[in-house]
Design a protein around this ligand. Structure first.
Ligand code: AMP
Length: 598
């Protein structure tokens, strides 16, 4: 196929904003094409050389493309730059200069195959001398290009080919060009795409083997599946009603969604929700996933959240987003910004696809193949059958650092629906508060052994407020963040005289620390907000039956309140007052967190 035909189609596509018209242009374009040109045309039309998940980049900077245009048209580079200034479009400049050059018609018109090959050469050129290879390859292409071809070639290499063909338009076009164009057909094609994330592959199977050929497209380790998405409901009651009264509720972890592909030999590839590869960014997950999982090859999904390595507690989302885009210091990132991947689904195990199994079967399988370690855990889940159980679970999720709950259908048809948003998964995020103005003085009533760098000494402490009416110490948080090494080293000495073999009778909590402490030492802490929790006891029942107040994301301010005795700590009534004064806001719109946010 001549490249000129493709460039002509791009010119027509560019001229119309109408989706239907775009689709007919596409149908006309692709109908006569066969593999391998077909896949190449589809990739090129989306501005790519390979399916997006492969992350192939041309690596052509503006200056490099400018140099190629200058050389190919015998123009001075500064003149090229000056001409481009007004339009900002080097493609246009290339077309004008090629037009003005009045070259003799070439004996070797560009073909899609040759263009694709040369562009691949450009993408693959790496290291010393690669810039020259890129420029020279581009010059060769431009020298044979018509002005229109030159325009689109330049836009393509600069990543500014905006002919506007989205995946959905391409799927429509495929169904019309190579099948009957009906809705069921379109859905079958889309399903194959959702499982493979590769339009070239889908188109090839369709053309060569018809619709039945699509069924042969299965899962492959290393090729990401388009993620299943959730709907939302405004209340837990509505969530349960949608689910038919029973649902599996899971913590909704606030981090990055990660699809992990673990090959039989333990090779791991990680993909984001948008199918970008994340393997380099999370070396500790790459190392620990094969240790945590049996039944390889496997494809599992989970949410990667920042944690405090010393306490294992979940930290605010922002910390993990700092790791996503990181290109340098990748080896120090795991200790600077530690994470844990909480797995919630399994799409392939022992090399067999499991996505069409009902969700309860997948969960059982996931549990059976997973041995959690420091970096790989299992999403906390509970089957609930009424609103009260759901509300209690939500409280626990929020207090544990989650942003809400994910309800999952446990019905017969609860397969994993790749690429689809539906009511099989429903997210419910609770309002959150804008922050807690005041600090809280909490009494240490227990201590936990440290992990990681803190192994061998205390890493976190159980804190209580004082309830003067009942003369009891009621817990409201476990704090491990905010301590520096010196402060931690000092804690055992400070606490020695309060240590207790048995739970002190004046302490009320559902948590069992590694070491109990009689109320004595007071620490000043801050946190993101006060919430309610089934495992804490501060003012239990005041806000919700059975639940106490809890501090979310607690952090030691560095101040030990030596000036205060335990009964002078913050009281439970004060805590309740603070809870009621908090300003509540709607749950964060997902858009604010960027596309990869979970
Ligand atoms: P949304 O992206 O708004 O459709 O919400 C779903 C997102 O929540 C997923 O893409 C995940 O990144 C994230 N998430 C957090 N915890 C879970 C969980 N237990 N199950 C499924 N998704 C979860």
């Amino acid at each position: 196929m001549r490249f000129a035909e493709l460039a002509g189609a791009y010119a027509r596509l560019e001229a119309t904003p109408k989706r239907l018209e775009m689709r007919s242009i596409l149908v006309e374009l692709i109908k006569p094409i066969r593999p391998p040109d077909l896949a190449h045309v589809l990739y090129l039309s989306q501005g790519m050389l390979r399916p997006e998940y492969e992350g192939v980049e041309l690596g052509v900077a503006d200056s490099l493309a400018r140099r190629a245009v200058a050389t190919a048209t015998g123009t001075d580079e500064t003149a090229v730059a000056a001409r481009t200034k007004a339009s900002g479009d080097l493609g246009m400049t290339a077309a004008e200069l090629l037009e003005a050059a009045h070259r003799a018609e070439t004996d070797h018109p560009l073909t899609v195959a040759s263009v694709y090959r040369e562009l691949t050469t450009i993408a693959e050129a790496k290291g010393a001398g690669s810039q020259d290879v890129k420029v020279q390859t581009l010059v060769d292409l431009l020298s044979r290009a018509t002005p229109l071809e030159g325009k689109f070639l330049i836009r393509f290499v600069l990543g500014t080919l905006r002919v506007g063909v989205r995946e959905m338009t391409i799927l429509d076009a495929l169904s019309q060009a190579f099948a009957d164009g009906t809705k069921p057909t379109r859905l079958r094609i889309e399903a194959a795409y959702n499982l493979s994330s590769d339009l070239g592959l889908v188109a090839g199977a369709l053309v060569e083997h018809g619709l039945d050929g699509l069924d042969a497209i299965g899962l492959e380790v290393g090729r990401p599946i388009r993620p299943m998405l959730a709907e939302r409901e405004p209340t837990l009651a509505a969530v349960l009603e949608r689910m038919g009264g029973t649902a599996a509720l899971e913590y909704k972890y606030d981090g990055l969604r990660v699809q992990a592909h673990v090959a039989k030999d333990g090779t791991v590839r990680l993909f984001s929700r948008r199918l970008e590869e994340l393997s380099l960014q999370f070396p500790e997950l790459v190392a620990d996933l094969p240790k945590a999982l049996r039944r390889l090859p496997a494809i599992v999904e989970g949410e990667c959240v920042p944690i405090d390595a010393d306490t294992g507690e979940i930290q605010p989302f922002q910390l993990v987003s700092r790791r996503r885009g990181r290109k340098h210091d990748l080896d120090t990132a795991p200790t600077e910004l530690p994470v844990c991947l909480y797995l919630f689904d399994v799409l392939m195990a022992s090399g067999k696809a499991t996505y069409s199994e009902p969700f309860p079967a997948r969960r059982t399988l996931l549990e059976s193949m997973l041995t959690p370690n420091d970096h790989v855990g299992l999403a906390t889940q509970r089957i609930v059958t009424n609103e009260e159980e759901a509300a209690t679970f939500l409280d626990a999720a929020i207090a544990a650092g989650g942003e809400g709950v994910m309800a999952k259908s446990v019905k017969e048809g609860s397969a994993y629906r790749a690429g689809a948003r539906g009511y099989w998964w429903i997210k419910y995020k609770r309002d959150y508060t804008v922050g807690l103005a005041d600090s809280i003085d909490g009494v240490v009533v227990g201590a936990f052994q440290g992990r990681g760098r803190r192994a061998g000494r205390y890493g976190a402490f159980l804190l209580a407020v004082y309830n003067p009416k009942r003369d009891r110490f009621e817990t409201f948080c476990k704090v491990g963040s905010g301590f520096d090494d010196a402060q931690l080293a000092e804690m055992p000495k400070r606490l020695a005289k309060f240590e207790s073999e048995t739970p002190p009778p004046e302490v009320e909590t559902e948590i069992v620390p590694d070491r109990w402490m009689r109320p004595g030492l007071v620490l000043e802490v801050r946190g993101a907000e006060l919430t309610v929790s089934p495992i804490h006891r501060a003012e239990q029942g005041a806000v919700r039956p059975g639940a106490g107040l809890a501090l979310r994301f607690p952090r030691f301010t560095g101040r030990i309140r030596d000036d205060k005795g335990p009964t002078e700590a913050t009281t439970s009534q004060e805590l309740l007052e603070m809870y009621r004064l908090q300003v509540r806001q709607e749950a964060t719109p997902d858009a604010e967190k960027g596309d990869d946010a979970g």
